[in-house]
Design a protein. Structure first.
Length: 288
């Protein structure tokens, strides 16, 4: 059984499924995306994370949310056990030199519309967990968060989260959303330790900390040697180093969640085994 934890009011899996790679550029196609989500659900995953902005620039919008809906509607398992989170506040575009980009849009009136579009794409009356995706520097952060509050107040979303935030931004969101704020989603991994302060702050507040790209990500280069200690521990147990990374992250507190992405079923099925890996004090001494 995949490890379960409480994400706010939701009893869900600490290892979720980051849907993004299945619907942004360089994905393996609709059929593989559907197969991959079904494989993780069949294996016991009960936490899917997607976003309004998970689509290829210039093509149909919201394909990630739509794929998530289709996967759940065509799955013969217990849909009511699955927590679905999505995010609003980003779009997609190509830069002048042909690179994919993530333009920000935190205008309150646009966020309210995006939130309603997300509920429609997911096929739900009320979104389980709705995150503000990333701060738009052209809009005061409190104004964007007020839009998230409006969506919660109107029942478009049940609970709220914030993503890619500093402690200062988290405090602004807490002041507006109060107890309806249940999660922070920031990048965290052995190659991205910059949000350790936010991770620790969430532990003090009793708010879930959800790691995106917990295995380092694949869209930007990084120092691969930082994973060497994890490879050494993995060799001891005969498992993938990715499992060791996820187990190391989950061991940082009961408030920790990880949402590894996957381009194919085999990858997410390997990640879901990380909750069964019990690292020793000796192992942790070798890790960052």
């Amino acid at each position: 059984m995949v490890m379960h934890r409480n994400l706010g009011p939701f009893d869900t899996t600490a290892i979720g499924h980051g849907e993004m790679p299945l619907t942004i550029e360089n994905n393996r196609g609709h059929a593989v995306g559907l197969e991959t989500l079904h494989a993780s659900l069949d294996a016991g995953c009960r936490h899917i994370d997607t976003a309004w902005a998970y689509y290829t620039p210039g093509e149909e919008e919201q394909t990630g949310e739509k794929l998530t809906r289709e996967a759940l509607e065509t799955w013969d398992g217990p849909r009511d056990e699955v927590t679905v989170a999505t995010k609003i506040g980003l779009r997609r575009a190509w830069t002048a030199d042909g690179k994919p980009d993530w333009p920000r849009d935190g205008k309150p009136e646009h966020l309210v519309e995006y939130g309603k579009q997300s509920a429609l794409a997911l096929g739900v009356d009320s979104i389980d967990l709705l995150y503000m995706h990333r701060h738009d520097p052209e809009v005061p952060y409190d104004q964007s968060i007020e839009a998230i509050k409006q969506l919660v107040d109107e029942g478009v979303a049940q609970w709220a989260g914030v993503s890619n935030v500093s402690i200062e931004q988290l405090d602004i969101a807490r002041g507006i959303l109060g107890d309806k704020l249940i999660a922070v989603q920031n990048q965290y991994s052995p190659v991205h330790l910059e949000t350790q302060d936010t991770l620790d702050y969430c532990a003090k507040l009793g708010i879930a900390f959800v790691c995106w790209s917990p295995l380092g990500g694949y869209r930007h280069p990084y120092d691969d040697s930082k994973f060497d200690p994890f490879r050494a521990v993995a060799a001891k147990y005969g498992v993938s180093y990715q499992q060791v990374v996820l187990a190391w992250e989950l061991a940082k507190g009961d408030h920790m969640f990880v949402i590894p992405g996957a381009h194919r079923p085999e990858t997410i099925l390997d990640s879901l085994k990380a909750g069964d890996l019990n690292l020793t004090d000796e192992d942790f001494a070798q890790l960052p």
